[in-house]
Design a protein around this ligand. Sequence first.
Ligand code: MN
Ligand code: MN
Length: 465
Amino acid sequence: MDGKKDYREELFYEPKNGYDAMDAGERALMERYCEQYKIFLDGARTERESVRSAIELAKLHGFEELTPETSLVPGSRVYYSNRGKSLLLAVIGEKPLSGGMNLTAAHVDSPRLDLKQLPLYEDNGLAFFKTHYYGGIKKYQWTAIPLELHGVIALKDGESIDVCIGRDPGDPVFTVSDLLPHLAGEQMAKKLSEGIKGEALNLLAGSVPYDDDGKDRVKLAVMSILNSSYGITEADFISSELYAVPAFEVRDLGLDRSMIGGYGHDDRSCAFAELRAILDIEGVPARSAVCILADKEETGSDGVSGMKSQAFEYFMGRLCRAQGCTLEDCFANSLCVSADVSAAFDPNYPDVSEKRNAAQLNYGVALNKFTGARGKSGTNDAPAELVAKIRRVLDGAGVQWQMCELGKVDQGGGGTVAMFMGNRNIDTIDAGVPVLSMHAPYEVVAKYDCYMTYKCMAAVYAIEE
Ligand code: MN
Ligand code: MN
């Protein structure tokens, strides 16, 4: 090194704002992609609705439901819906499955307020639905905002009724009331985590009494509306899954329209990225591509539709048997991107992040070598060799990425489905969209990062070995 030349450019690693290197053509592609994502997000407020929308799009792009009769040949495009709550899509590649697949795994469930199994009651002339929150929420964020009711009521006779109240502009909405500041002295003196109790998250559902002299007249009036709309009685709530979700529109955010505000970016921003990328595969890829839209990530990935479920082996086993290869060989040679959102650095709360290793809006898809908490417990921790391979793949495809960690050491932590893929002997790394206000009813992402996450997933599906 001679003393005159500035070697910083050559020797230092400096993350860059994506807008400094983006041309007009790329920008137009980004805008087009984000308009598609906004439509998807607006209409997919639950895991079931996400799966339904994904299947509709998949069918338009030549995917067929996997049945026992389906013959699987290179170029076959199939999907498997796991009880309507999670979805697996595959494009069969040229190379044998014994050599592994390229997988991407996102989740389509988001934090929300679930109705209890016996939700409806009347108190002082008002009708309410009791709720049990789902996933990690800050309870105070879920009061005094408009909420919609989405889900399914399964009847004893086997029929299922889809419920969606509040999405149509003419529909009524719901809300959880909060105290006026004038009378909230005691509440405001409490710790933020104790200001709103879980049992206080009751959804206001009606106020007009039924025209008779009996008891619970408002409850009866609400029940009679539900009975005439859906033919249900109170007992049918027992076999229902009804979720209160934010009623906010998905909108451009900021004067420059560079961001998107909406509910459920975690993790539908990544789910849509990998879905769009697998739909966009043309012809026969070198390696088979599998896109996973999982449920139950927000509660730990347990249960029949979560990523720990053998439903994954059920689907993958079917693909492998068609080629006479073992699941073990396929997994051992596969590569998975766990496509989940990251915490974006928030200048309003700089103390929780370590800036050198924090994701920033507009810096591209955020890679996490590991997630977890404390001394890296509960994490996948991608091997260095895999991280090197991903660097090579993404740089080669012109994908802007950033390496990050979720918060300062010992500040907290979090997990994704990555470890459940790693535990299966599949090389796995986390990559996704940085989010502001993650898990809040209204989350923020940058369009640039959404688009780069899509490009990342496309690059992963294009890996040849
Ligand atoms: Mn997530
Ligand atoms: Mn989450």
